[in-house]
Each structure stands twice: as C-alpha cells, then as structure tokens.
Design a protein around this ligand. Sequence first.
Ligand code: NAP
Length: 344
Amino acid sequence: MFPSVLPVPRNPEPQAVPVLRWGIIGPGWIAAHFAKALKENSAQKLVAVAGRNAGKTRAFADKWAIPHTFSSADEMLAMNALDVVYIATPHNHHFPDGLQALRAGKHVLIEKPLALNAQEGAELQAEAQRRGVLCMEAMWCDFTPKYDVLRQLLADGALGDLHTLIADHGEFFTPDHRIFNADLAGGPMLDLGSYLLAFSVMVGGGAPAHITACGQPAEGGVNGQASMLLQHPSGMHSVLHTTLFSNTPGRAVIAGREASIVLDGQFYAPGGFVLTSSQGNKSLRWEEPQNRYAQLSYEAEHFAWCVGQGLQTSPVRSLQTSLQTLSTMDEVRRQLGIVFNEER
Ligand SMILES: NC(=O)c1ccc[n+]([C@@H]2O[C@H](COP(=O)([O-])OP(=O)(O)OC[C@H]3O[C@@H](n4cnc5c(N)ncnc54)[C@H](OP(=O)(O)O)[C@@H]3O)[C@@H](O)[C@H]2O)c1
C-alpha cells in the first residue's frame, strides 16, 4: 500500500551507545573524513593512530588531537586502553590488517570492501567468532538515515513485487590515483562497484542466483569499467554499471509493481529520492543536505551500539551480507578475468 508519509529514520538511543576508544590504521584520505565526523558528530574518542610514514601520522594526530601515534600497527595493538580499530588502508591491506587487529582481541571496523574476496572475508569472520569480538564492514551508507528509510519502505512492501533495480556509479580519476594501481587491487569493482553490488544484495534480499558481466580494461593492468546483469532468486533483475573513466549520473531506480523509487545521484550518498505510485497519482519526496562525510558518524555510532549490545555481527550490515557482496564480486571478476596479485 502506498504510504501517507515516509517512514522516520531509526537511531539508537544515545544512552545505549557506549563511548569507545578508537585507533586508526592508515591515516589517509578517508581516515581524515572519518576522524572529522567522529570529532564533530559523535561522542566517540579517537585515542591512537598508526601509519607507515611517521611525519604524516604525527600531522594527522595533531590535526585531530589524537594522543598516541605509532609507526606500526603492532605497537598500537599492544595498547590496553584501545577498544576498536578502524582500518582505512588500501583494499589489499584490509585482510592482513583486519586479521592482525582481531588476533590482538580488538573490535574491528574495516573500510569497504571487507576483503579482496569471499574467502578472505570468511577468514575474518571465523577469527572474529573465535575471539568473541565485533567485526563489521564500513559500508557507511547502510547506516545513514536515507538507507534506513529505504529499508523500511522495502520491508513494508510499499513498492509491491520488486522487478528491477537499475544503478550506476562512474567517476573520473586521474591516472596517478590508487584506483589505477594493480598492486593496490585497483579498478572500479572493489571501490565504486562495491556500493552497487551491496545495494543490489540489500534490495534483492541476498546474493544473486545468476550473473552476467562484461568489462573493459584500463591502462596499468586494471579493469576500467564493468557492466553487470544480476538475476535474483525472486526473479528481480539488477542492471549495474561502474567505470573509472568518466563521471556518470550515479542515479538508481528500484522498480516494483505498485511503486518505484528514483534516487538522485550519487544514489548511495546523502541526497534526495522520490517514491511514485505506478499510476503516477501519488508521490513522496525525501530531502536532506548532501553532507556526505559528516554522515560517516552513523557507522561509528552503530558500531558502538553493537558493542554495547554484546553483538558479534551487525544487524544492519552482517558479515553474512558482506560475504554475499564479496562472492558476487568474485563471480563478476571471474567472468572478466580479473585476478588480484594476492590471488595468484
Ligand atoms: N567510506 C568511503 O566513503 C570511502 C571513500 C574512499 C575510500 N574508501 C576506502 O578506504 C580505503 C582507503 O582509501 P583512501 O582513498 O583513503 O586511500 P589513501 O588516501 O591512499 O590512504 C590509504 C592509507 O593506507 C596507508 N597504506 C598502508 N600501506 C599502504 C600501501 N602498501 N600502499 C599505499 N598506502 C598504504 C597509506 O599510507 P601513507 O599515509 O603512508 O600514504 C594511507 O595512510 C580503501 O579501501 C577505500 O575503498 C572509503
């Protein structure tokens, strides 16, 4: 049934969110946005940072008033007064860095993608279970108010039977960006593509039953663009495209028999969407500021809430969901012939 108003985003009660002591591995570009979001929009405490470049790590710590700096993850992980480690290194470091932090008995929030492939992801899951700690992929959009409203609309059946998801995510990168670097598991798939595939797994209710993909290589030995057609067990189709050659609108459409949602680009970032009935006579619009990086605080607050609840997997982004996304990416890569160095 078409709703009279949009659902209200749900947030944990502030008193149910413990203040955790956070350490960061990899004081790079996204780590700076994360630190800012934590400082300005949450009560979480940044207590330590570890980076391979001492000067850069010190400058990062000074900027964000972080009391402890380390030139290796080992030293930081020996700290007792540290609850959780946020891993913001390049994709191919997520697995070794994550495993090391889990083995040190810390809760771990790992930048997306969780790992290079489903096998690495499953090893992280097994280690987290052994240690009795929380491991979560920092698929930050999943924890934002907009995604919570979308999940509620889907769960309420506001769209009727789902038939089609169409989404794209293309961005222009200069050749010096790490996305062109084969030694850092470059290509759009693990970067931009992870938003598309995670969205498709969320809307489709799990991993697709059938995948067809085609790709085009870029210079530097990485994939440059990929187009993917996914068929879900329900019969829903996802039509997805990602590229690192060009900027594309980044919009998405979730089409059901009763109603459709059109999300403004970039679909996964804070921004508007419109829900319209199939007859075209009713519509509701979601509006919000496009304060993309400020919304990184939601993943940190959700993570702290999970720790407070004693959970070892997030009810919003379970490791199972992350593994389904990784196994879908594995199959796309298999069809495109993309093999990362660590897999050779
Ligand atoms: N959530 C989001 O919106 C978002 C956005 C962008 C990226 N990400 C994810 O965050 C991760 C990091 O991306 P980024 O753009 O922040 O990268 P970045 O700016 O290059 O930062 C990477 C950090 O990892 C360190 N590092 C450790 N080993 C390295 C190695 N072998 N080669 C290069 N750097 C190494 C870098 O060290 P130095 O400090 O010495 O350079 C740097 O501190 C990626 O997995 C990406 O998918 C998430």
